[in-house]
Design a protein around this ligand. Sequence first.
Ligand SMILES: *Cc1c(COP(=O)(O)O)cnc(C)c1O
Length: 481
Amino acid sequence: MSQVIALKPWERKAYLESLDGHLSMDGVDLVTLAAHTGTPHYVYSEKKLRANAAEMIQTFGDIHPNFTVAYASKALANMSVLKIFRDEHLGIEVNSGGELFKATQAGFTGDQIVFNGVAKTKVEIDAAIAAKIKAINVDSLSELDRVIDCAKQGPHPANVTLRVVPEIQGGGTAGRETGSASSKFGMTPEEIMVALEKLRTATDVTKFMGFHAHIGSQVNDIDAYRAEAAFMIRFLSDIKSSLPTELKHLNLGGGFPISYIDGRNANPGPEYLQDTYSAAISIEDVGKSLIAPLRDAFGPEIELIVEPGRSLVADTAVLLTRVEATKRRNKLDWLYLDAGYGIMLDAVFSWYFPMITASRTDDEDTAHFRIFGPLCDSYDAFFDVRGEAAIRKLLEKEPSLTDHKNLLEKVLLHQPGMKELAAKTSIGDIVAVFDVGAYNIDTQSQYCGRLQPAVSLIKLDGSIQEIRNAETEDDLIARDS
Ligand SMILES: *Cc1c(COP(=O)(O)O)cnc(C)c1O
């Protein structure tokens, strides 16, 4: 045969593979694991976590040696994972006093920590100053006043970096854009001028470090990174003479994309979904478009920082979930899983995750299914409930829009209506949801009286460590009176 056809397009060599008809991770049979642990259950790979961290450090470090990768811990702030990342020489980005606490408990030292957030409390700022962190990324003029006040009372000066609005649209979906003045983050260049003036009169209690920008999440557009670099270069040449002291660092934020669609689901839906979910951009591309121009403009002395979250952890985990019920409606097969958005929040935002039938990886016959979670809530579905309903309503109200159905789908639909699984998938089968490692563990709830599941880590030696235990029914009532 002249053509090689991948029978299992989701396979990733030596990581996610088929083993005797079962999905395996790092050689561990995940269906057998799920039989022991119960479902739903999250499984992470230590090997993949370390590989992602090492690759990012190497790629950016090769371009600019004075480089820090500060892991955005809100993507996954499990203590075992934080310790692994510290061991891999990542720094850390925190968003709250709670994350600052976790970072220091995991062994990060102050000089490895940067602190973002739009509404830091005095208590949080005091803690950041006491821990002598590398940078408090100040988000507003009112916050700068607060930091200066805290620093006047505190034991050390506050290291201050200013978050600037670069006016760049990036981010996979609305709500994931953070780089424009219409989003809630950062200061405009005019506000920055006022901030610099304030800092010039407070050099006894503050230390000016540099500037910060973060343009969004799952930013799958290379032009957005080029624009961010160009903005920083232009902006700094405009304000150079107003800096209170020498520029120490530039923090470029995170938002680097991963590929949620790369042939692992044979039914990725319409092409426009691939704009968001099929990462056309690699870490090397980000290096070339964002890091290299800044190195060329500012020279070897300046420290460059990035804050990736999703791209370090998303593809390091799968969620194992069991089919608990089925229906046949409108000639479609429906499956009900034991995992819903209570333990996978991004599902409620119609985020796309690839799925396969983990207990039937050798089956060649496939079929399309509508897939739902167990919660008593219509949004608990693995297709785009809101988008589909909005398009239907618009077309009912305004039939002439039918000509623009493609455009409506592009704007409103974020997830295809059906998923392709093994045709025999039925009650008792284990479905694996891929690339769930970011923004799912830390956003879980007990909604509908459901317990947050345990999380396993497959260690480098192949042994399995429970890195977060499952809630029990007692946890459902423990905090109520
Ligand atoms: C959330 C966040 C990040 C990480 O974004 P990812 O898309 O997960 O890489 C980085 N910096 C800031 C300021 C953030 O709020």
